[in-house]
Ligand binder design. Structure first.
Ligand SMILES: Cc1cc2nc3c(=O)[nH]c(=O)nc-3n(C[C@H](O)[C@H](O)[C@H](O)COP(=O)(O)OP(=O)(O)OC[C@H]3O[C@@H](n4cnc5c(N)ncnc54)[C@H](O)[C@@H]3O)c2cc1C
Length: 458
């Protein structure tokens, strides 16, 4: 029934004349090649349903797992297919990690168009869910917007190839959360490595509110770290300039190590050894500020999309950091950032829970390249609230979701914790209706439809 190199968490007895019974699930399967993948999806294989594809597993909702059926781990599909240095495209299998892709491209003097943090994620996950970063305006919005061709295995086991000229179909299959098929190979537009300058500013929340509108409309790459309890925003602004300085990789590595490894570990330790909350948070905020001030502002001056990518493979659980992301209209963000600060302060006063990591924000340029683009109608700002503290987090994300709804927040199916199905349906409106019709046509037996996804996609 399955090829020998197919990994499974359940042992499937399938020798001689005995046919393996369909596993009761949940089960995790990891195909190593297209044939394995097709065998799993083949309706005759009696794979436990529903089947949900999993990339690196960094989504914070249940969009990538199947509680009762099969979770299909795509990281075994990890082959680079080709790098076309003449036409500036790269073709890779869905399980290739962005880190690996970036490194391979750099060897050919090429880079991804746009910067994408969290390099441990897979090509398949980054295309199938909204994947953004501190992209400079002219670089476009999402990772998936640079995809020019894709190959899928459909729910009936047949192959589907989407060619560059099939623009509408590409738009429907980008950011489709594995609901229309399992992506196994994609071709992306890339470009020769280009250097940008990076500048850093420390401002108060009021000052940030007064400039955020101008920044959201400027041709700069724009990421910020928001510390609501310190009245601080650290801005990371990226620009293409005629004469940028040299872009060294080491400062970016140090920055990544500081932000992704040192801070969460230090904060977790402090949470254990410093029992008095007020003292603990004072220390935590001071360390965050020092990291931003010292590493970012002093060392990181210029970069390329090949050098400036955080390299961590680890997902939220592994590095003990929980997160939830919501998108807000950029046009209203000057008000929203102040409301968010008030929300954090009042929640802390009422529940004694607060996040210990700075919230991280990105501008999402208006992008109509995918049907379910979160910034289809207008430019948005995505804000990721993160914490290493589990006690109280689940209640906090419910309050955060209420706050977000009240302020016109748009949920990300893959990243917004405690989202309400009706709110998702209202937010994506007619585009989601169309998507659901496509899904029903392509998967009439709901083979890819988990209870979580059924809330909005049935
Ligand atoms: C600490 C942290 C910080 C983050 N910061 C950012 C950020 O700055 N920017 C950002 O964009 N995201 C961020 N994320 C979210 C996350 O990295 C993205 O959603 C990412 O694109 C998911 O990639 P993945 O490989 O982990 O996919 P998964 O999380 O495993 O899957 C994501 C979705 O894609 C589907 N899928 C995966 N592979 C396939 C396939 N081969 N075929 C069809 N469907 C598939 C899954 O079913 C699921 O619906 C962050 C996450 C964490 C944990």
């Amino acid at each position: 029934m399955f090829a020998t190199n197919l990994k499974t968490t359940q042992s499937l007895k399938n020798t001689g004349r005995y046919r393996a019974k369909a596993p009761a699930g949940p089960v995790t399967l990891e195909p190593a090649n297209l044939n394995d993948l097709r065998r799993i999806i083949d309706p005759a294989a009696r794979t436990a349903l529903p089947i949900r594809p999993l990339g690196a597993g960094t989504a914070s909702t249940d969009c990538n797992t199947s509680e009762n059926g099969t979770t299909l781990k795509t990281t075994g599909l990890d082959q680079m297919v080709s790098v076309d240095t003449y036409n500036h495209t790269v073709t890779a299998q869905a399980g290739v990690r962005l880190e690996f892709l970036t490194r391979e491209l750099a060897e050919h003097g090429l880079e991804l168009v746009g910067g994408y943090d969290l390099q441990g994620r897979t090509v398949g996950g980054a295309i199938s869910a909204p994947c953004y970063g501190p992209c400079i305006g002219s670089d476009g919005g999402y990772f998936s917007s640079h995809v020019v061709a894709m190959k899928f295995v459909r729910a009936d086991g047949e192959l589907l190839r989407i060619a560059p000229e099939q623009k509408n179909l590409l738009g429907v299959f980008r950011a489709s959360f594995g609901m229309l098929g399992i992506l196994y190979e994609a071709t992306l537009r890339v470009r020769p490595i280009r250097t940008f300058t990076a500048s850093h500013r420390r401002v108060s929340i009021d000052k940030f509110a007064s400039v955020v509108d101008a920044l959201a409309n400027a041709d700069v790459g724009f990421k910020f770290y928001l510390m609501p309890y310190r009245d601080r925003v650290y801005l990371d602004l990226r620009r293409y300039e005629a004469d940028p300085s040299n872009a060294y990789k080491t400062p970016w590595k140090v920055k990544d190590w500081g932000e992704s490894t040192v801070l969460p570990h230090v904060f977790k330790s402090l949470n254990k050894v410093v029992p008095i909350q007020s003292v603990r948070y004072k220390m935590i905020d001071s360390i965050s500020e020092a990291t931003q001030g010292l590493i970012n502002s002093r060392f990181v001056r210029a970069g390329t999309n090949a050098a400036a990518q955080p390299n961590h493979h680890r997902h939220a659980g592994a590095r003990g950091c929980f997160y939830s992301t919501w998108c807000f209209p950029a046009a209203n963000f000057s008000m929203i950032v102040k409301a968010y600060t008030d929300f954090c302060e009042s929640t802390y006063a009422a529940s004694h829970y607060r996040c210990d990591m700075p919230a991280v924000g990105f501008r999402l340029c208006r992008d109509t390249s995918s049907l379910l683009s979160p910034s289809f109608d207008e430019s948005m700002i995505a804000i990721t609230t993160a914490s290493t503290q589990p006690d109280g987090w689940e209640d906090f994300v419910i309050d955060l979701a209420e706050f977000a709804e009240k302020w016109g927040g748009l949920p990300l199916i893959s990243q917004s914790r405690a989202l309400r199905a009706n709110h998702v349906i209202q937010s994506y409106g007619n585009r989601l209706d169309f998507f659901r019709r496509m899904r029903r046509q392509l998967d009439p037996e709901n083979r890819f439809l988990s209870p979580f996804m059924a809330q909005f996609c049935q």
